[in-house]
Design a protein around this ligand. Sequence first.
Ligand code: AMP
Ligand code: GLY
Length: 435
Amino acid sequence: MNAAAPLQSPAHVLVVGGGGRENALAWALCRSAGVEAVWVAPGNGGTAELSGCRQLPIPESDHGALLEACQEHRIDLVVVGPEAPLAAGLSDRLRQQGIAVFGPGADGAQLEASKQWAKTLMVEAGVPTAGFWKANSRAEALAALEAQGKPLVVKADGLAAGKGVTVAETMEEARAAIEEIFAGRFGAGDGASLVLEERTHGPEVSVFALCDGEQMVLLPPAQDHKRIGEGDTGPNTGGMGAYAPAPLLDQAGLEQVRQLVLEPTLAALKQRGINYRGVIYAGLMLTESGPSVIEFNCRFGDPECETLMPLMGPELATVLLACARGQLHNAPSLTISGRCSACVIAAAQGYPGEIRKGDRIDSQLNSGDDLQLFHAGTRRDEQGHCFSSGGRVLAVVAQAETFDDAFARAYAGLGQVHFEGMTYRRDIGHQVRSN
Ligand code: AMP
Ligand code: GLY
């Protein structure tokens, strides 16, 4: 057999989703070698003004319309941003029509969509993760909690938009979290299920593996800031800022994560007949006894993606296509900048609770090679004015040789944007800053 011809880069790319992650993906794909045009469905106020990028007013849940758009625009590669369409089988539907998709099918998306399924896979694969108990009824869950006699971490089984986890401090709190899940707060009601987990301790870090079913490419580790308040206080959010590469994991540490966590996970997926072509996002806790998986996601993290995309070389689109086609062995190496990247989120007043929406966004910020403004929850009206429309509104990202300089640049950029009620943390990256 002849050696396979080198992989062509995709000319037409479709990004599915409408948040900050998708704005960053569309931006990076527009800059990739060989890409002529990027479509985003449904996109947001930021993707609407990105040069080389076109909007399609199709919701991520309308798989039929997305398929038609792929055919109409001769799309060579679809990159699916959020977990919901992945869990609902969008990749399967498009692949059945011969379209290359970066993002797992519904089978592989269970890594994120079912905590019970993911925990079982981890145990089978020997992947380090906290001890756990599964429960499929309220009585079973309460009995398991009482048998342990200590407050455990309570996790709703299905997709819960980042809100299904309670790290209980007391037995009372753990019981209340169980009651809430079986009262149907996260869907399924009486038919709900959950995982109770041992509490582990240590700093958290996110690692992303771009997979083609057999092989993988790792991105630099990133650290997210989940709490709304400075000093890591207050309720959990989707993420208020991030930085990369996180020095918590050096090259040797990242290699260890590859060997202990990511390769065994991909092998276990394959053993189940799952051809996983997309990102495995490992949310890790670095415990005294080594890395432990807190959660797997089947997509890029947000705001980790905004932080990482500016570090990606021009091969990105070709590498994602190689993953989609099971051909990483035939792809160019992905060049990744060694610079420090810093990302700060500007959220709406009230986030992560009841939010204020519809405020006009004013920006003097000029995006460039070292500074980017990505939109998350925004929309543009017919006159081209931009308004806030979600909890996380904007992401300002900057790169420099040091984290001090990268954060100084990002915060200076944030000073050039304004909307009523704009809320942000001033201490993002405190772990790596000297000021
Ligand atoms: P998740 O929604 O799975 O990302 O969980 C939200 C947050 O809960 C994580 O980022 C951790 O801070 C915390 N968490 C989850 N599982 C555990 C655990 N086993 N021990 C301690 N904290 C945990
Ligand atoms: N930044 C956390 C997440 O995307 O789940």
